[in-house]
Design a protein around this ligand. Structure first.
Ligand code: ZN
Length: 295
């Protein structure tokens, strides 16, 4: 049978099947009790309990070099916040993460891994899980903020705290933590092992180191980046919770603010952002090297 005839048959079959499918859908909607259970739609969601493959480690082959894990927030079915022109946070975070990776790889001293380098979804625990399993030395999660007030703008650096430093910090954390829910169903869920890390005494030191790292981002970005008037805050971010390594979440700017959004979509600005973060990262790694953590 030639291809044309096969194609014709497919078209004829489709001509019958499409109206049938529409009829079945109509029956399901119209009949009381939901109609025939054969037409139940199932969506398979990641349950967060299976380990995903580890991303490639980029940079020098020497495994003794420090490793930074960069996490581009959101992705896949989770677009994150939206700009006034429909810009998506998930695309901005990926572009910023790639700029930061390039800035870090420039001098060949630091190894880098990205939790994602494509538009894909990861539950929050998978993101921190990648950093833990790779024995990373630093973790940076990159996001873009949003507010109803279009004037709200500037970058904010967040570190982990059980209680937010203020109500706005709590709101940002609860918005970012929502990434793990689909129609209100939790995809992640903390294991006991993670909880025991949280009560570890080293937690206090780790949080202090994370805050020092955050302060360095502000210092290195001064005069180059625009920061929020209250630029360093703490809140209960799930993506930072299970980490026993210095970690920050950077809201690079407000995607809801047209000027911030334009900046984040500009590769020159992203280069400046990446350079500021990269120098804060290098200083932090040098300090850690000088004062290694107790095993
Ligand atoms: Zn976000």
């Amino acid at each position: 049978m030639n291809r044309r005839a096969t194609f014709g048959r497919i078209l004829i079959a489709a001509g019958f099947l499409v109206p049938l499918a529409v009829l079945a859908l109509w029956a399901r909607m119209a009949l009381p009790g939901g109609g025939d259970p054969r037409y139940v739609l199932r969506v398979v969601l990641p349950d967060g309990s299976q380990q995903i493959g580890l991303p490639a480690v980029q940079g020098p082959g020497d495994a003794s070099r420090p490793l930074v894990v960069i996490d581009a927030g959101h992705g896949g079915h989770d677009p994150g916040a939206s700009g006034q022109g429909g810009e998506k946070e998930k695309a901005v975070t990926l572009a910023l993460a790639l700029s930061l990776r390039d800035a870090l790889l420039k001098d060949g001293q630091v190894r880098v891994a990205l939790t994602r380098d494509t538009d894909r979804f990861l539950v929050l625990e998978e993101r921190s899980g990648i950093a833990r399993r790779l024995h990373a030395d630093l973790f940076v999660s990159i996001h873009a903020d949003a507010a109803e007030n279009a004037d709200a703008g500037g970058a904010t650096v967040y570190t982990l705290s059980d209680r937010g430093s203020d109500a706005v910090a709590d709101q940002v954390a609860s918005r970012e933590n929502r990434a793990d829910t689909v129609n209100g169903v939790m995809l992640g869920g903390q294991s006991n092992a993670v909880s025991s890390i949280l009560v570890d005494l080293s937690r206090r030191e780790m949080r202090a180191r994370s805050q020092a790292f955050g302060a360095l981002i502000l210092r290195e970005g001064e005069g180059k980046l625009r920061f929020h008037p209250d630029p360093q805050r703490q809140a209960a971010f799930v993506v930072l919770k299970s980490l026993d390594l210095p970690s920050v979440l950077v809201e690079a700017g407000y995607i809801s603010n047209p000027a911030d959004s334009r900046a984040m979509h500009d590769s020159d600005w992203r280069g400046k952002f990446a350079d500021a973060l990269a120098s804060a990262i290098r200083i932090t790694l040098a300090r850690q090297d000088a004062a290694p953590l107790a095993p």
